[in-house]
Design a protein around this ligand. Structure first.
Ligand code: DAH
Length: 343
């Protein structure tokens, strides 16, 4: 028998269509709950229709009651299905995110071993009261050679050894010119270290490069003696290489110091016993040093009768090779992350 469309059945059908559309679109449990309250909640549509049922003519009552019951049941089922669907959704999303996969590591960089060693040297000398000074890499011949008491026929001035620009300036061959620049710019006392890059026309090999790094030191005061120099170098060696590190001074010549020494650190590989690295001598050459030549003091206007001092210069690459037991200096310049990543 054809259902006779009375007002109640029309409302039920409209409610069913509305519920179907809204349940399909529902994205949150709250939307579904809102629909439940509106349609089948205590003050919702269906209880209201139920109260209207008494107005339906007797002949339509059966039909209307059946539509009411099945309508309410379909809405109830639709709501339950929607609740299940929304409860499962976060789980489905989580299933795509596999928490057992290893994470992608962010590869952070770090300082180059040369920079690490420079920073360590500077930190050690700062604790002894030195401050950091700086000078240009493109330098005048005056600062790099003349003011440092270097005679005109000194071999290091040769264009075979030093890079000259057309205008007569050079790439500094040592950090020693920073001594001159500092003394020109201030009155004594002076207590500085000057780390930086220097350039020489060397053919690169395991222990030489066309550019490398030095750290220069200069200490000027009244009554400075060779024993002050020795204790500063000895303290540095111990700070850098541990309590058993020893130093050794050997007579040498530099134009800007008198007397001059070359100094060695006890070999950290064999601790002075003798091994291939130190060629069985037990010591490794680190750098030069000495008492500042009175001519250098005069060149910057300091009175050598009042002021005296010492200076030293060390090769940073040498220190890095010893510190990290690197066999060939060229590794430091090849930018190979397999090497650099080890520091
Ligand atoms: N400048 C020298 C060099 O490059 C090293 C050096 C020796 C520096 C003696 C000094 C010094 O300050 O006193 O070989």
């Amino acid at each position: 028998m054809e259902a006779k469309m009375n007002a109640i059945i029309e409302k039920i059908n409209a409610a069913l269509a509305d519920a179907e559309r809204r349940l399909a679109a529902a994205a949150t449990p709250a939307e579904v709950e809102q629909l439940r309250i509106e349609l089948i909640g205590r003050n919702g549509l269906f209880p209201a229709l139920s109260r209207e049922m008494g107005t339906v003519p007797a002949a339509e009552r059966r039909e209307t009651g059946a539509a009411f019951n099945s309508g309410r049941a379909r809405i109830q089922e639709g709501i339950e299905a929607a609740v299940r669907r929304l409860a499962a959704a976060p789980a489905a999303a989580a299933a795509k995110l596999d928490l057992t996969l290893p994470g992608r590591r962010w590869r952070t960089g770090h300082k180059h071993p040369i920079s690490i060693v420079v920073d360590e040297c500077v930190a050690i000398f700062r604790r002894m009261g030195f401050i950091v000074a700086d000078g240009p890499e493109i330098e005048s011949v005056y600062h790099n050679f003349d003011a440092l008491n270097t005679p005109l026929d000194h071999p290091s001035r040769d264009p075979q050894d030093t890079f000259y620009f057309a205008d007569g300036r050079i790439l500094r061959s040592q950090t020693s010119p920073v001594q001159i620049r500092v003394m020109e710019s201030q009155e004594p006392p002076v207590r500085i270290v000057a780390p930086g890059r220097v350039y020489r026309r060397d053919t690169p090999d395991a222990t030489h490069g066309m550019n490398f790094h030095q750290i220069e030191g200069l200490y000027i005061d009244r009554d400075v003696s060779m024993s002050d120099l020795k204790s500063v170098l000895q303290s540095f060696a111990v700070e850098m290489f541990g309590p058993r590190a020893k130093i050794r001074l050997r007579p040498h010549f530099f134009p800007f110091t008198e007397p001059s020494v070359e100094y060695d650190f006890s070999c950290i590989m064999c601790e002075g016993k003798g091994c291939p690295v130190c060629k069985n001598s037990g010591y490794i050459e680190i750098a030069g040093a000495g008492m500042v030549d009175p001519n250098v003091l005069r060149n910057v206007g300091y009175d050598p009768e009042v002021w005296s001092g010492f200076a030293f210069g060390m090769g940073i690459e040498r220190l890095a090779m010893l510190r990290y037991r690197i066999g060939d200096l060229r590794y430091l310049y090849e930018n190979d992350v397999r090497f650099l990543g080890q520091f």
